[in-house]
Structure formats: C-alpha cells, structure tokens
Design a binder for this molecule. Sequence first.
Ligand SMILES: NC(=O)C1=CN([C@@H]2O[C@H](COP(=O)(O)OP(=O)(O)OC[C@H]3O[C@@H](n4cnc5c(N)ncnc54)[C@H](O)[C@@H]3O)[C@@H](O)[C@H]2O)C=CC1
Ligand SMILES: O=C(O)[C@@H]1CCC=N1
Length: 266
Amino acid sequence: MKKRIGFIGSGNMASAMIAGIINARYSEAVDVFASNRSIGKLLDIKERYGVQIAENNVSVARNCDIIFLSVTPDMYPPVIEEIKDFIREDAIVVLIAAGQTISQNEERFGRKVKMVKAMPNMPVAVGEGLTSFSTNEFMTEEEIEEIKTLFESFGKAELIDESLMDIASAVGGSSPAFVYMFIEALADAAVLYGMPREQAYTVSAQAVLGSAKMVLETGQHPGKLKDDVCSPGGTTIQSVASLEENGLRAAVIHAVRANMNTIGRK
Ligand SMILES: NC(=O)C1=CN([C@@H]2O[C@H](COP(=O)(O)OP(=O)(O)OC[C@H]3O[C@@H](n4cnc5c(N)ncnc54)[C@H](O)[C@@H]3O)[C@@H](O)[C@H]2O)C=CC1
Ligand SMILES: O=C(O)[C@@H]1CCC=N1
C-alpha cells in the first residue's frame, strides 16, 4: 500500500524534501501532506508540487504513515504536545531538527513510538542529498529499509550510530552553506578578472561538483587528488600555499566546532 508522507512545518528543509520525493516520483503528490504555521509557504508548495495542504498539524499526525517533524528545534515540545495523541501506532515519526535526540523525543511522546532521527541536507531538492539517520528499537528491519529507500530517492543515505548524529549534522547538513560560500568566493574572484557573473557560477560550481565526484568515485585520498592538480612550479601550488597561509583548513575545522558548540557539544 502507498505510504502517506507528512511534513509538520513546511519551511526550507521540508520544501527541499518535498521537491526531492516528487521529482524522484517516490510519492504521488496526492500522498504528500504539508502543514505550516502560516499559509503562504503552503500555497507556494502546493503550486509547485501539487501536494496536499493539511488543515493543521493534527490532521498530518492522524492521516500520515511517515511524519517528518520539520519545524525548528524550539518548536518540538509544543508541536509534540499538540500531536502526540493522534499519531497512529504503526506510523513512523522522523525528527530532522539539529541537536534533537531520539530519547528526548520519546519522552515527549510518553509512549511507544516508531522513531527515526535523520539529518538531510538541501541538495535533496535536486536528488543529490545526503541523509544520515538512526532509528529507535521499535522500528522493524523492514521499516528501516523502507525509510532508507525513501531517503535514497533523493540522494545517498547513511545509517549511522546516533552518537555521530551531531557531527553528521554539521558536516553533512550545514556544510552546503560553507560550500556555497566557497563557490560564491571563487565566482567573485572570476568576476574580478572579468568573467561574466553567470559564467563564473557555472565554472565554479561545476569545478566543485566534479571534484566531489572524483572523491566519491575514485576512492582516492583528497590529498592525492589535490597533488595531481598541482603541476610542479605551476600556478595551483601557488594558490594552495596561499590558502594554507590564510588558514583554510583551520577555518573549516573551527566552523564545524562552532556548529557543535551551538548544540552543547565541546
Ligand atoms: N535548512 C537545512 O538545510 C536543514 C534543516 N534541518 C532542520 O529542519 C528544521 C527546519 O529548518 P528550516 O526548514 O531551515 O527552517 P524554516 O524556518 O525554513 O522552517 C520551519 C517552518 O516551520 C513552521 N512552523 C513553526 N512553528 C510551527 C508550528 N507550531 N506548526 C507548524 N509549522 C510551524 C514555520 O512557519 C516554518 O515554515 C530544523 O529543525 C532544522 O534543524 C535539518 C537539516 C538541514
Ligand atoms: O542551521 C541549522 O540549524 C540546520 C541544521 C543543519 C542545517 N541547517
């Protein structure tokens, strides 16, 4: 039987997941339900993907088989209080909020609930996402496979130990923002030297896409791949030396640490 998929909170991340599952034809629009605090975003999502606007959060909770809690972390307590008596016994609740744990939220439901903690990222919207996930003990092997298949419809999925979820959130969930900054900076430099802006984004973004694909598909160490680009006495090694002098690696590691510190991790 077709599963009904619901999103409680339909902001940026929910919209990206809806785009991912509809574009991948994982679900028909008729089986996808979205609720939100305000109507504007729902009308936009409805217009773009044809999905169902739910009357309210409780209606998503009552009617859906897989329910994404896609509100911000501070809204978890009130939203769970609102829906906890309406989630069916066989439904699966998916937490996607940064820093939220399975045990914390099991406690909020106060009863046995099938639960998944997942950390998707924005590129799910174009079928190239990464979703790290863990599950609680009430999920059967079949349900774990089912949820993995859903995540794989819009990218890769990694079943990980829940203790690694926060770092997966920083390095998989937040990192697209860092990468966009890198692409934007590369493009700014191209524009500085006269390249038209649109062309600069194409060149920079494709260079990042291709480099990531090389790491994933060749299995070679990123350091070796970097070395291969640096011709002896050439131009690239000059840039690499400059990036080292300016602390690129340290800046990235500090950025990840700042992310972890935000959710109370050292
Ligand atoms: N933006 C991202 O790349 C990622 C976000 N996440 C998680 O997704 C969650 C949502 O993040 P975003 O989409 O970025 O935020 P957002 O602010 O774009 O979306 C949250 C939505 O929830 C709605 N909302 C607030 N209170 C509500 C309520 N009581 N009932 C129904 N709807 C309500 C808001 O109107 C808003 O549209 C967060 O918990 C975040 O940690 C996870 C992975 C990546
Ligand atoms: O900024 C945030 O809190 C969320 C978590 C991962 C990406 N965005």
